[in-house]
Design a protein around this ligand. Sequence first.
Ligand SMILES: Cc1cc2nc3c(=O)[nH]c(=O)nc-3n(C[C@H](O)[C@H](O)[C@H](O)COP(=O)(O)O)c2cc1C
Length: 312
Amino acid sequence: MRVLITWGSRLGGTEGIGRMLGDALGAEGFDVVLRPAREVHDLDGIDAVVLGGALYANRWHADARGLVERHLAELRRVPVWMFSSGPLDDSAEVKELPPPRMVRALMERVGALGHRTFGGRLEKGARDWMASQMAKTLSGDWRNPARIRAWGVELARALPDARPGQVVASPGGSIPRMIAYGLAGWALHAATALGLPAVFGAGAAAWLHALAAPLIFVAVAAAYFAPRGAQAPAVTAHAWTIGVAALDLGVVGAAARGDLELATSLGGFWLPLVLICAATRVTGAVREMLPFPTPSKPPRPGAPTAAAPRPA
Ligand SMILES: Cc1cc2nc3c(=O)[nH]c(=O)nc-3n(C[C@H](O)[C@H](O)[C@H](O)COP(=O)(O)O)c2cc1C
């Protein structure tokens, strides 16, 4: 049985965990393929996948997320387990740490069978600036080889009978839904742009409008990101910002005022755009750290399940 162990790792700690798992599964007689997630181009001949991601600001490393996006259909056809690394203290040893919301959503999308959080590693001489600053107070290696190997042995026991897990519906993911929320945000934003000058005069209104724009998009983004499966915050932020820019220039500028002079206004055009992008991205990132709301109504019989995947 061929098992792919793959990881998204910035500083090598998660890769190390992947390799320890590989040793454990190899010792149990499995044919193990070890590969960084960004180098996985297909899952041909793979019978099961163990995917790990380093945690940065409660988000999985982009390579691990990217693998799920690129190979979603193939991942749904094989048993998948996931792991995250990791807390720079002994919290992962003391109790089972649940996956962050973003990882949970990825698990649900592929129907992953289980997840483990392992302690992380941060070396004093870490090469990126942020890591080196953190390492001044938090350096150390909290990966526990015995616990990692033990999970590898657990997987080895489960693998022979494992079947692909249950995919959980992600109602928030469609592109039309993202566009609809963006349009609603733009409509409110345009209404303030048209309404404020009548009350406050053109100069003050431009700056008030720049302040209102991010507040509007915080509210819209909070609603948009609430259900499972919304597009990624960065994707949403850029799509909405480009959409608002195009609609401002096309509808408010060209159609209503008959020129594109709006594009020369720092306070009336560029500043709101920057703030809309930042507000959407930050709201999405914050939302990813919060649990999904509990559905108010039980699902109809036969509807796609919203139950959590089975723990490992
Ligand atoms: C800037 C920064 C942010 C981090 N954020 C988190 C976090 O949100 N949660 C967590 O458990 N660990 C966090 N860590 C710890 C890393 O996940 C840990 O160092 C991990 O082992 C890194 O994996 P890698 O070496 O594979 O890149 C952070 C580390 C750094 C440097």
